[in-house]
Design a protein around this ligand. Structure first.
Ligand code: SAM
Length: 213
């Protein structure tokens, strides 16, 4: 984990966060934004697909999609604690051997990974300053589709994120949150040959599904 940015992310999503997220997943199932990603991917009707889950946290997306859509997955994450929790849950579900776990900044390792039918980024761009590098790398690994959840690009999200970042700064926490421009993310993905086929919204989050044309 050489890059400073990923060390910060690794520290931010530690053991307590990962254990709490896994507990919540066992209690309630996937979070609402994750459910939207699952519905979007399932709407494509893929079978026996491969998945590349970038920043997958506890792995909710492939734990669910392995029931009907996906046969193998690669999970790249900057957080070792999330990867440990995801691996434990994968083994508990009898899916060990079907998931590859990679501890890295995705932008550093993307070119070494095999392309996948579907690439997912559930609340990941908002944790990464350089959305261009992240999305370009993700698009480059997507054979057929890409789905992502990100904060809605409006004054309310920007105000909330400003307050969050100010609080982090006061607490001398180097982690930062980002609301990236949705129109620019869309143009970038279009330039990579991916076109938006659906968009769904929650109060905070937006989920977009892209397909390769
Ligand atoms: C807010 S958490 C979201 C976790 C999960 N996807 C969810 O929605 O519950 C952000 C995740 O993105 C990962 N992440 C952020 N930037 C990353 C990068 N450049 N490469 C790999 N993982 C990254 C973090 O380690 C963390 O797992």
């Amino acid at each position: 984990m050489p890059c400073e940015c990923c060390k910060i992310t690794n520290d931010q999503f530690g053991k307590d966060t990962a254990e709490a997220d896994l507990k919540e997943f066992h209690r309630k199932g996937p979070a609402d934004h994750t459910r939207l990603i699952l519905a979007a991917v399932r709407s494509l009707g893929f079978k026996d697909a491969s998945l590349l889950d970038v920043g997958g946290g506890i792995g909710a997306i492939y734990h669910e999609l392995m029931k009907d859509t996906v046969t193998r997955a690669t999970h790249v994450d900057a957080s070792s604690a999330y990867l440990n929790a995801a691996r434990t849950e994968t083994e508990r579900r009898g899916n060990a051997g079907r998931v590859e776990f990679v501890h890295a900044d995705f932008t550093d390792v993307a070119e070494t990974l095999a392309p996948a039918d579907v690439v997912t980024l559930d609340r990941v761009v908002c944790c990464y300053p350089d959305y261009r590098a992240l999305l370009k790398a993700a698009a480059g690994r997507s054979r057929r589709a890409l789905a992502l959840a990100y904060p809605r690009d409006n004054w309310l999200s920007r105000a909330v994120v400003k307050v969050m970042n100010l609080t982090l700064r006061i607490m001398r926490d180097p982690f930062r949150v980002f609301v990236h421009p949705v129109a620019a993310m869309d143009s970038l993905l279009n330039a990579e040959g991916l076109h938006r086929v659906s968009l769904s919204r929650l109060f905070v989050w937006e989920v977009a599904l892209y397909q390769r044309s």
